[in-house]
Design a protein around this ligand. Structure first.
Ligand code: NAI
Length: 716
């Protein structure tokens, strides 16, 4: 050990160094640090260390994380969030660039020995080394997710990555903000070798001794042409710009900025490239889009912590899912994916067969899962019409996903509650029925809860945890822990009709019907929503959900809330004509061609003879979005999500982004309402009420104290 080094002892928040035979290993953190972020303190200690190693003429330098499950999680996002001046952002970029340049310039072999996450600034640090080894630890991943936070890789990533792996692959990582698993990272050329976690330091030392060096990363001739010739770059530029426009509709400034930085650096050299990269980091970091995305990042991190205290109780959790339909099969799939044994029960053998097929098909689409892992997952699920009673006794969680009928659900759950252990949790995936009522006739109602997954279960990131009148805290906490274990975000909501997501969504969907009734064209309506940033328009969404399902939910909503939630009747009209949306080939849209289009005779089918005379896209957007906002603020005031105050606003933001697809760059519904401001909201709603009727009446909380109260609640 060289005692002259300043950082030779492990200190939390800083790097430290060990030495063996002239090879120095920089550890980016201490073993006790759960997450290693590149805070200014850590970066300063790294800089000091690199200077000392340069002066010492080290023969090789290895950079490692503190543990097998942690390399570096990137820059300190709290610090990013606190920047309000673009100049400060630019300086942050320049500082990081300079340090990583010092690493690149070290006159010795440098090796990044990566195990665990290596993302953002961590990845840019690794890119400055001569060699990158990545372990196949389950937590290992490498990439540049900066655009997901509305910024670009600002510590040299836009310059080094394209030179390393070619512009095409680099853009596939940088523009969408991707991180890669070990196998993919190797095939992209982002790392030289994938090794076992236990062997990584040994292998790094071998390379440090210049033994058995990894083969250099080579890019194909085509990639070389695309990267280093003007014509090639022009082609990539055109293709990427078109793809970005299609994907982001111009709402996200970071990806085009990153594209420009990549192209400029290749065109004019790295000096210009680095300067531009840092300046763009400064510009982007203070944009509202970045603020919103960083805010959402913290919301998702917060949601992951829900139920943390109960995580230990999940080991050996045995489950049964009742109903092997669309939802039940999906739920069994995600449970088995996390190695929870599942008894999937249905009354119909055909349904079980279909459920199995659904899971097999969905697994087949996941290219990164090996066939043995697929088989292992399927073997966790017992498909049965008649489970063994002693196996049911061992079950600690029942998830019910049978037909949406109160009496049937009650009777099935009564029976199953007698078969499973007394303290087994009983979760219903109902999308619209009252959890309190479902629980009312069951023994120990404290263990009954709603666990509302969205369709398709494997893909949708949100789960509403519905707290019935008698649901106890342990039940909520355990289900929250399970939800995060399944890789999804939980929000805790009250047992009101539609819970949170469908309640906020309903007035918006209904408004689309009213717009049709006013003579607006269906495509125009949907286009206004997508131009605002929604992933699809309301009519297309209704078709996707299925018009029969939508009709059912809509009835529950108008029964629950009266006139305010009454729909235009168009969904019923289509259902009566056996048009159920996408699944039946016809709904508001016709799906017979490759690209769906609004049914040409839709007005006729719905009996609309009105021709629109006034109103433009903004008018449509206002009607749709103010419907969401009015109901969202109502939910905030009524405490439908989380607990009142910040948590409630955060949960509504998360629920609307993850459950409805409210545009992430707007930060969620309540955050967006805050940007509009209370006065503006009130004025708009009053105007809409005058023009279009009482369903736009600002909710009482808004008129009494203006929406300040409601909106402000989200602020503190
Ligand atoms: P589905 O109709 O596809 O499946 C229901 C399954 O339950 C069928 O396979 C049926 O054979 C089975 N079943 C009926 N009675 C049974 C019993 N006594 N014991 C065991 N199995 C029985 O329905 P889906 O769409 O999967 O919905 C299930 C539940 O999930 C409903 O409560 C629904 O409201 C809810 N939900 C549905 C969503 C969707 O988009 N489909 C989204 C979120 C929740």
């Amino acid at each position: 050990m060289n005692t002259n080094l300043t950082h030779s002892e492990p200190v939390a928040g800083q790097v430290h160094v060990t030495e063996r035979d002239g090879v120095y290993t920089i550890f980016l953190g201490t073993e006790e640090e759960r997450v290693v972020t590149l805070t200014s303190e850590r970066v300063a200690s790294l800089k000091q260390t690199v200077i000392e190693l340069r002066d010492l003429k080290a023969s090789a330098v290895i950079i490692s994380g503190p543990r097998q499950d942690m390399f570096a999680a990137g820059a300190d996002i709290n610090a990013i969030q606190s920047i309000t001046d673009p100049v400060v952002g630019e300086e942050l970029g320049k500082e990081g660039q300079a340090i990583f340049q010092m690493i690149e310039d070290l006159p010795c072999t440098t090796i990044a020995a990566i195990s665990g996450p290596c993302v953002g600034g961590g990845c840019e640090l690794a890119l400055a080394c001569n060699f990158r080894l990545l372990s196949h630890h389950p937590s290992s991943q490498i990439g540049l997710p900066e655009t997901k936070l509305g910024i670009l890789p600002g510590w040299g990533g836009t310059q080094r990555l394209p030179r390393l792996i070619g512009i095409q692959k680099a853009l596939q990582v940088i523009l969408p903000g991707r991180t890669l698993r070990p196998k993919q990272a190797k095939s992209y050329g982002l790392v030289h070798e994938v090794v076992a976690p236990d062997d990584i330091l040994e292998r790094a030392e071998e390379i440090a001794q210049k033994k058995n060096l990894p083969s250099p990363i080579e890019i194909s001739f085509l990639d070389w042409l695309l990267t280093y010739t003007r014509v090639g770059r022009f082609f990539v530029k055109r293709k990427s710009e078109a793809a970005l426009q299609k994907e982001t509709k111009g709402h996200y400034p970071a990806p085009p900025a990153a594209l420009k930085a990549v192209l400029l650096g290749l065109e004019k050299g790295t000096k210009v490239g680095y300067e531009h990269e840092a300046a763009e980091l400064g510009r982007l970091v203070v944009t509202p889009e970045s603020r919103a995305l960083v805010g959402l990042f913290f919301l998702t991190e917060g949601a992951k912590k829900l139920g943390k205290s109960a995580r230990g109780e999940l080991s050996n959790l045995r489950t049964t899912v009742i109903g092997a339909g669309t939802m039940g099969a999906g739920i069994a799939h995600v449970l088995a994916g996390k190695k929870f044994p599942v008894i999937l029960k249905d009354t119909s053998p055909e349904a079980l067969e279909r459920g199995k097929e659904q899971i097999t098909k969905s697994l087949a689409k996941k290219k990164h899962i090996s066939s043995s892992d697929r088989e292992a997952l399927l073997s966790q699920i017992t498909f049965t019409t008649d489970p063994e009673p002693n196996r049911l006794q061992e079950v600690q969680l029942v998830v019910e996903a049978i037909v949406e009928n109160m009496e049937v659900k009650k009777s099935v759950l009564r029976k199953i509650s007698e078969q499973v252990a007394e303290n087994a949790i009983i979760a219903s995936n109902t999308s619209s029925l009252s959890i309190s009522e479902i629980a009312s006739e069951l023994p120990h109602p404290g263990r009954v809860v709603g666990m509302h997954f969205f369709n398709p279960v494997e893909k949708m990131p949100l789960v509403e945890i519905v707290r019935g009148k008698k649901t106890d805290d342990r039940t909520v906490v355990l289900i929250a822990a399970l939800t995060t274990k399944l890789g999804k975000f939980p929000i805790v909501v009250e047992d009101v009709p539609g819970f949170l997501v469908n309640r906020i969504l309903t007035p918006y969907l209904n408004e689309a019907g009213r717009l049709l009734a006013d003579g607006y064209n269906g495509e125009e309506i949907d286009r206004a929503a997508t131009a605002f940033g929604m992933p699809m328009g309301p009519l297309r969404l209704l078709d996707e959900v299925g018009l029969d399902v939508a009709r059912h939910v809509s009835k529950i909503m108008s029964d629950g809330y009266g006139e305010r939630m009454k729909n235009s009747g168009y969904v019923d009209k289509l259902v009566e004509q056996k048009m159920l949306g996408k699944k039946s080939g016809l709904g508001f849209y016709d799906y017979s061609e490759k690209k769906e289009r609004i049914q040409p005779n839709l007005s006729e089918l719905l009996g609309i003879d009105k021709q629109r005379t006034v109103g433009d896209r903004q008018a449509i957007t206002d009607r749709l979005i103010m419907s969401l906002i009015n109901e969202g603020l109502r939910c905030l005031d009524e405490g439908v999500a989380g607990t009142p105050g910040k948590e409630a606003a955060a949960q509504i933001d998360l629920g609307t982004v993850m459950g409805i697809g409210f545009p992430p760059f707007r930060g969620g519904l309540i955050t967006y309402a805050q940007t509009l401001g209370p006065k503006n909201i009130l004025q708009k709603l009053q105007h809409l009420e005058k023009e279009h009727g009482p369903h736009f009446r600002p909710h009482p909380g808004i008129t009494s104290g203006a929406p300040q109260q409601a909106v402000r609640r989200g602020e503190n």
